[in-house]
Design a protein around this ligand. Structure first.
Ligand code: BES
Ligand code: MN
Ligand code: ZN
Length: 498
């Protein structure tokens, strides 16, 4: 989708449709909607007076005015009650209106930045959220559906603003919105790609292609290098698959390439059978989403590069396929990961934490300002928090708070969970330093405690996205499948570093 901004009168936009909005309960529209209503001799007021349109959140009405505006249609979208209005709602109404336009065969759409005028939101944020909603709401993953390649795609979206003093802000916001939403779509594409088509080596190649395109440096460790580096845990997880593991390092230099970097680490298990501790067959298929942590890091790194953020950011993906075969690692095995603490395997299905610890130990050499890992790590986190919040753990109150706030601003809720002495005790090993499963009680938290044991004194946070990384119930800005969760949160966090 081509995104542009223009200063002018939306009535004069030569588009296939224009998008206008209305708060619930308003009978005489103001702003752009009011101006168009006047140009149409009160047609919108008539629609409201007749009860056809109330402005209820996400409500849609279509008008085909015969004269008065240059576009052929008006898509009117309800913003809901002014008291309930938020940037989250901007993204959602923009998604609803844009999808409606696309389904009607609209190629060129003009819209106001929802909430930037009467809504009272910061115009830059309003433009950003409007563009995010448009791109995220029309996202489709249809490449595997024969003959269903979307042909009706919306081609251009123009944000129209009347007030010329807002030009820079609206442009900056729209640009950011596009880069961010494209990062989310990349994360969704990676997340939705099934295990057969995305073994670790292929995932690494895709990352390398992306890195080349946007100008990130990229280094890939193959299975031999992984072993040579002493990454005994990632190595073990990958050894039961005929498709070997990969460890990928992306880097955005930022303004100061010697600065202490922010490091993002993603779990990239391209398929998780559970290994020898084989999962039950029912629902195993959704373990094709077990690389959504990696997907978030990939999407975020693309966006970091496109926004050319001033911060030095390093992205790490640890990727393996967790398969059972004659060469697979077993329960009872004792592994030697990086960082020195040995691990006895209680369940080969607790593989995500194993894939991550080598990375958490490896990054010590960068002297990180902060490290954030993202992983579809535990079913226990889904039990605890459901699908509307990711679990947030860590060793640093400021970092946890910053991530929590970024989650609130982006509506990618990150809920702080504790790591307590008891959780650390649960994962003490009987035959090695640690064991990779602490049993059922507090399963998300013992996983956090396990990761923490390999964090050597830098600020660290862990996002368990098992419940939020993919969905079976579509929302206006999120179809079923991989959600791309994490990308918007991470970018918001990085853009708000003080
Ligand atoms: N990938 C799973 C966690 C998961 C479960 C993600 C449900 C998304 C939805 C992870 O590798 C796993 O299998 N975890 C085990 C850990 C246990 C063996 C200690 C779990 O949660 O059951
Ligand atoms: Mn598992
Ligand atoms: Zn897993």
């Amino acid at each position: 989708m081509n995104i542009s901004t223009t200063i002018g009168n939306i009535a004069e936009q030569e588009a296939d449709a224009i998008v206008l909005n209305l708060f619930e309960g308003v009978t005489t529209p103001g702003g752009a909607t009011g101006a168009i209503d006047q140009a149409l001799n009160g047609q919108i007021r008539t629609l409201i007076a007749g009860g056809d349109f109330t402005g209820k959140f996400k409500q849609i009405s279509i008008l085909y005015p015969s004269s008065g505006i240059a576009a052929s249609r008006i898509i009117l979208v309800g913003l809901g009650k002014q008291a309930d209005f938020s940037l989250d709602r901007v993204r959602i109404v923009s998604a609803v209106a844009t999808k409606e336009a696309e389904q009607r065969g609209v190629k060129h759409l003009a819209t106001i930045a929802h909430g930037g005028g009467i809504g009272g939101l910061n115009i830059e944020s309003a433009a950003q959220a409007t563009v995010e909603g448009a791109i995220l709401g029309t996202y489709q993953f249809a490449i595997y559906k024969t003959g269903e390649t979307p042909t009706n795609k919306l081609e251009t979206l123009t944000l129209v603003e009347f007030d010329a003093t807002k030009q820079t802000d609206i442009e900056t916001g729209a640009q950011a919105g596009q880069h961010i939403a494209e990062g989310v779509c990349l994360a969704r594409n990676v997340g939705n790609t099934p295990g057969n088509d995305l073994p670790p080596a292929m995932l690494a190649e895709q990352i390398n292609d992306m890195a080349k395109t946007v100008g990130l440096s990229c280094e890939i460790f193959d299975e031999h290098r992984i072993q040579a580096e002493g990454m005994g845990a990632l190595s073990a997880v990958g050894q039961g698959s005929s498709r070997p593991p990969r460890f990928v390092i992306l880097e955005h230099k930022g303004q100061n390439p010697n600065a202490a970097p922010i490091i993002l680490v993603g779990k990239g298990i391209t398929f998780d059978t559970g290994g020898i501790s084989l999962k039950a067959g029912d629902g195993m298929w959704d373990m094709k989403f077990d690389m959504c942590g990696a997907a978030a890091v990939i999407g975020a790194m693309q966006t970091v590069a496109k926004l050319n953020l001033p911060t030095r950011v390093i992205g790490i993906v640890t990727s393996a396929e967790n398969m059972p075969d004659g060469n697979a690692y077993r329960p009872g095995d004792i592994l030697k990961p990086l960082g020195g603490k040995t691990v006895e395997i209680r369940s080969t299905d607790a593989e995500g934490r194993l894939a991550l610890i080598d990375a958490l130990a490896y990054i010590k050499r960068y002297n990180p300002a902060a490290a954030i890992d993202l992983a579809t790590l535990t079913g226990a986190c889904v039990t605890a928090l459901g699908n509307d919040a990711s679990g947030l753990m860590g060793n640093n109150a400021d970092l946890i708070q910053a991530i929590h706030q970024a989650g609130n601003r982006t509506s990618e809720i990150a809920w702080h969970l504790p790591i307590l002495e008891g959780h650390r005790n649960q994962i003490k090993g009987d035959y090695a330093d640690l064991k990779n499963s602490g049993g059922r009680p507090g399963g998300a938290l013992t996983a956090g405690a396990f990761l923490e044991a390999y964090v050597d004194n830098y600020p660290w946070a862990h996002l368990d996205i098992a419940g939020t990384a993919y969905t079976n119930s579509a929302k206006p800005d999120t179809p079923i499948g991989a959600t791309g969760v994490g990308v918007r949160l991470l970018i918001d966090y990085l853009r708000n570093l003080s």
